[in-house]
Each structure stands twice: as structure tokens, then as C-alpha cells.
Write a protein that binds this ligand. Structure first.
Ligand SMILES: NC(=O)C1=CN([C@@H]2O[C@H](COP(=O)(O)OP(=O)(O)OC[C@H]3O[C@@H](n4cnc5c(N)ncnc54)[C@H](O)[C@@H]3O)[C@@H](O)[C@H]2O)C=CC1
Ligand SMILES: O=C([O-])CC(=O)C(=O)O
Length: 332
């Protein structure tokens, strides 16, 4: 049976880079038929029409239907998956609180619409920035949906970190496993390789041992990953889209099929206050193991150094502040 997958902000850059991968089977598998619902705002409907024409022109076998709409109730009707990319971008002169305010409205409205119209099993991935706090607002606005059905994207950060380590050691990207992104999808995130391993000719070894440069790991590596989004914007004059789309596919495919034996992945999830001293009631990126039934657990029991603790707390503090600012803008 076909699954229904909604992508919001579908007329934007990430949408354009993402839709082919979803529709051609790279996320939900080569056998899974699907119906796409594409949501964007009214002024983008003409442009979105062009995207729909292109999807048709791809002549894909798995794609059974495409609906393009500016109405959340239509886009979210009976969906199995929601990928919430659409959001208000930061404009010149805007303060962070202006951005939080504009997006609070969007994610409150969409959370309520998901609550009302989506399947109760819907899996919701929030990409639009500020991703963690937007995800939190969607969770708060969708009270009939389990909090575990929501996550936000930090896989791009994980992929960036993995690629940096692979390049430094001189191995292929898939030789680097179990990198962790802690915290916010922002420059306070903490990319952590203390528990990562690298497959080398002489077997699997810890990332610190493979890199042999602790000061790089604790300095330039962390800074490069934290600042990578800004570096791409500086170079391209546009934010990351190809790599963001790839990360969305990686995240969603792991959520759909489960993580591999012995591996975990990072995603921003609701914190219930019982893991790693992370405050309750924020959406914080942690390592998770995902089961074949699409449930997941936080990977507990990893040692946390003083160095890591300090960095994890900085990001938590930022998220608590974002939450406290953004929740003031909720209507109820
Ligand atoms: N979490 C992550 O790792 C990453 C997040 N992002 C974020 O993803 C978002 C999208 O990025 P791009 O595609 O490059 O932006 P874009 O500006 O090219 O596209 C955004 C689209 O969202 C639409 N939109 C705005 N408000 C909407 C609403 N209420 N409902 C539905 N659609 C709406 C816009 O009309 C536009 O078509 C941005 O917030 C960006 O900062 C980008 C890269 C990585
Ligand atoms: O930095 C931005 O605005 C876009 C983004 O989230 C990223 O590239 O990680």
C-alpha cells in the first residue's frame, strides 16, 4: 500500500534537492509506493506547479500521486510522514527573537494541523530553522500525537563531522561510525567523537587514536562543524541544500528501517530530563538507536568528560532560552 509523505517548503531549495530522492525510492525503499503532498505558501503555488510537472516528467514508478497545496489540512491529511522544511528565513535586520516569533506561528499552526489531520503514527522530521525549537513548538501544539513521533534534523551536522574525520584520517566516510551531535542545530552544538570508531587496515580503533591530533579534535574540528552552515552560506550566498537533502534522506531512512547493529545516529528529540543531565522539555540532539518498528531509545551509559559536559551544557542553556522566548509567542 502506498504511504503518504508530506514535504513542506516544497518550492524551496531543499525541496528541489530532496523530492527526487524520496520519490525514486532512496528513502523508503525500492518497493514502497508513495503519494506526495507538497505544502508551500500561496505566492509559491505557481513555482510549485513547475516542481509537480518535473516530478511527473521523471516518469517514476513508485510515485502514485502528487498534491500541491497551500492548505495544511490538505497537505497533512492521513499522512504517514511529514518533513517540515518550510519556514521563515532570517532577513537582514532581523533579531533572533523575530525569527523565533515568525516561526512559532508556523510551527504552532502546523503542529495543530498534524494533530487533527495526520495519522496518529505519523513520523515528523523538522528541518526548518531554528529546527530544535520549531520541533518543540510542533510537539506542544500536537497533544494527541506521541512526543516520540517528532524529531529534528542534526544528521547534516553528523555527516559533516563524519566527513571531516574521514578526510583527516584518510579513510572512506563509511569507515567512520558513531559520531555524536549533542544539543542544538546551531553554533553551540557539540560534535563529539569520544565514542566514535574508525575502521582501519589494522581493525576498528577509536577516533582519537586514529586522528592522532587531540588538539585538532578539540579545536578546529569542532569549530569547523559548528560553523559549516555559515561557511557554505558565505561561499554560495545560499544555505546548504544538497547536503541538507541528503541528510534528511539518511535521517528518514534510518527512522524507517532502523539503525544498523552496533551503530547509532543523532537526532534532536524531546528531552524527558532522564538522560545525561539534559533539562526536561527541550528538543536536544542525542545518540539514538532505532528499532525495526521505528521506535527509538537514547543510547545511555556513555562516559561524559568534563570537556564534553561543559559543551553540552552551553547548548542546553541556549535551547532553554530559545524555548522560553518562543513559547511566549504561542497563542494558547
Ligand atoms: N536542520 C538543518 O540541518 C538545516 C536546516 N535548514 C533550514 O531549512 C529551511 C529551508 O531551507 P531552504 O529550502 O534553503 O529555504 P528556501 O527559502 O529556499 O525554501 C523555504 C520554502 O519554505 C516555504 N515556506 C515558508 N513559510 C511556509 C509555511 N508556513 N508553510 C509552508 N511553506 C512555507 C517558502 O515559501 C519556501 O518555498 C530553512 O529554515 C533553513 O535554515 C537548512 C539547512 C540545514
Ligand atoms: O546555517 C543555516 O542557516 C543553514 C543550516 O542550518 C545549515 O547549513 O546547517
Amino acid at each position: 500500500m502506498a504511504i503518504r509523505v508530506c514535504v513542506t517548503g516544497a518550492a524551496g531549495q531543499i525541496g528541489y534537492a530532496l523530492l527526487y530522492s524520496i520519490a525514486s525510492g532512496s528513502v523508503f525503499g525500492p518497493e514502497q509506493t508513495l503519494e506526495l503532498t507538497l505544502l508551500d505558501i500561496t505566492p509559491m503555488m505557481e513555482s510549485l506547479k513547475g516542481v509537480v510537472m518535473e516530478l511527473q516528467d521523471c516518469a517514476l514508478n513508485l510515485l502514485k500521486d502528487v498534491v500541491a497545496t497551500d492548505k495544511p489540512e490538505e497537505a497533512f491529511k492521513d499522512i504517514d510522514v511529514a518533513i517540515l522544511v518550510g519556514s521563515m528565513p532570517r532577513r537582514e535586520g532581523m533579531e533572533r527573537s523575530d525569527l523565533l516569533k515568525a516561526n512559532a506561528k508556523i510551527f504552532e499552526t502546523q503542529g495543530k494541523a498534524l494533530d487533527q489531520f495526520a495519522k496518529k503514527t505519523v513520523k515528523v522530521l523538522v528541518v526548518g530553522n531554528p529546527a530544535n525549537t520549531n520541533c518543540l513548538l510542533a510537539i506542544k501544539s500536537a497533544s494527541s500525537l506521541p512526543k516520540e513521533n517528532f524529531s529534528c534534523l542534526t544528521r547534516l551536522d553528523q555527516n559533516r563531522a563524519q566527513a571531516q574525520i574521514a578526510a583527516k584520517v584518510g579513510v572512506s566516510n563509511d569507515a567512520v561510525r558513531n559520531v555524536i551531535i549533542w544539543g542544538n542545530h546551531s553554533s553551540t552544538q557539540y560534535p563529539d567523537v569520544a565514542h566514535a570508531n574508525v575502521q582501519t587496515a589494522s581493525g576498528s580503533i577509536g577516533a582519537y587514536e586514529a586522528v592522532k591530533d587531540d588538539s585538532w579534535i578539540k579545536g578546529d574540528f569542532i569549530k569547523t562543524v559548528q560553523q559549516r552552515g555559515a561557511a557554505v552560506i558565505k561561499a554560495r550566498k545560499l544555505s546548504s541544500a544538497m547536503s541538507a537533502a541528503k541528510a534528511i534522506c539518511d535521517h528518514m531512512s534510518d527512522w524507517w528501517f532502523g539503525t544498523k547493529e552496533g551503530e547509532w545516529t543523532s537526532m534532536g528529540v524531546w528531552s524527558d530530563g532522564t538522560h545525561y543531565g539534559i533539562p526536561e522539555g527541550i528538543v536536544y540532539s542525542v545518540p539514538v538507536r532505532i528499532n525495526p518498528d521505528r521506535s527509538w531509545q537514547v543510547v545511555d551509559g556513555l562516559s561524559v568528560s568534563d570537556f564534553a559536559r561543559e559543551k553540552m551544557d552551553i547548548s542546553a542553556k541556549e535551547l532553554v532560552e530559545e524555548r522560553d522566548t518562543a513559547t511566549q509567542f504561542l497563542s494558547a
